[in-house]
Design a protein around this ligand. Structure first.
Ligand SMILES: Nc1ncnc2c1ncn2[C@@H]1O[C@H](COP(=O)(O)OP(=O)(O)O)[C@@H](O)[C@H]1O
Ligand SMILES: [Mg+2]
Length: 320
């Protein structure tokens, strides 16, 4: 009894994913270089340019590819010995199309639910719930082959969730989506992490979109770990902010000048004002809101600067 309790406590405290010295050498390309990283519960954004090694890492963690060297554990299971068990408990949304064109979404998701062991009635119910969750209620009886990219991404997400996974890997879930569907997909990903409490590893080449929904961000650059930190730290350390107010250049400059007078370093970018990372302890959001109100301007948005992925890369490219 005592032994059981201490064991379950240590399992809970263990990271969801742990890699040590993971290297994937494809011959012509080394996709991962000696990657050592730990990923905890919550939503983790795995960010990097195309070719950075994101999909390779996910496939290795799923046991779909064998690393050249190094080790990894997923939910306490070793990838070298327990890949069946890992695949059983993980939901995986692959980057590329994996949907059979000649069945409808309902049949497809019910089928996968049955394969995961649910009886027919429960599988139908579960599939209907999941399809509703991802927003494919109306279209679920249409053939997958006729789906738009946005609908395919939702169907791919549904198949990753239907067996009630203990962890999900979402590889570029916002790929090919228009801005509105992109935001819906991101908020779904956030809900999987916060409402359902399922740890999520989600990839994108856009840091700006993942930093909004991730508790933690891991950045890969050419197969190297560039950075792994809590999103809050990450924004504090490197983040510029973008502020938009209603109107044109005159309103933008009014705000920019007032913020500069208040001690912030900022400059115009298009219709927006970019604010450099502020001194420690300064509540920039509050300062911006107060300044906007004092000037009787209308705030459209304050957000982390999506453009700073490149900044992080140039600042951090010291490993080559
Ligand atoms: N099966 C493979 N065989 C050879 N090279 C590969 C293979 N898969 C990926 N690569 C190469 O490994 C690098 C990382 O790819 P990938 O993991 O797909 O990156 P990302 O998902 O970040 O775009 C790229 O240079 C890619 O061309
Ligand atoms: Mg990829």
């Amino acid at each position: 009894m005592t032994a059981d309790t201490s064991q379950s406590a240590s399992v809970t405290a263990a990271p969801v994913i742990r890699t040590a010295g993971l290297t994937m050498d494809y011959g012509r390309v080394v996709a991962l270089h000696d990657l050592t990283v730990e990923i905890d519960a919550g939503v983790t954004g795995l960010v990097g340019a195309n070719g950075a090694g994101k999909s390779t890492l996910i496939k290795i963690l799923l046991g779909l590819q064998t690393p050249t060297s190094g080790t990894a554990q997923v939910l306490g299971h070793d990838i070298a010995t327990a890949d069946d068990e890992i695949r059983r408990v993980i939901g995986y949304m692959p980057e590329h199309d994996c949907l059979p064109p000649d069945v409808n979404a309902s049949e497809f998701v019910v089928h996968l639910a049955r394969m995961s062991g649910l009886p027919a009635a429960a599988a139908r119910e579960r599939a209907a719930d999941i399809l509703r969750l991802v927003g494919l209620d109306e279209e679920r009886y249409r053939l997958l082959g006729g789906y738009s990219t946005g609908m395919k991404q939702r169907a791919k997400l549904a198949q990753a969730l239907v067996h009630d996974p203990a962890l999900v890997f979402l590889d570029e879930p916002t790929n090919g989506l228009d801005p509105a569907s992109r935001l819906e997909m991101l908020s779904l990903v956030r809900r999987i992490g916060s409402d359902f409490g399922i740890p999520v590893l989600v990839t994108s080449h856009l840091l700006g979109e993942l930093e909004k929904i991730s508790d933690h961000v891991v950045i890969l650059d050419g197969g190297h770990l560039l950075r792994s930190s809590a999103t809050s730290q990450f924004l504090d350390a490197t983040g510029s902010l973008l502020v938009e107010v209603l109107g044109g250049a005159a309103e933008r400059d009014l705000l920019g000048n007032a913020l500069a007078a208040a001690g912030l370093s900022c400059r115009p970018r298009g219709q927006l004002v970019t604010i450099d990372p502020p001194p420690d302890g300064l509540d920039v959001h509050r300062l911006v809101r107060d300044t906007v109100a004092d000037l009787e301007l209308a705030l459209v948005r304050i957000q982390a600067d999506q453009g700073h992925l490149e900044d992080v890369f140039t600042q951090g490219a010291h490993h080559v």
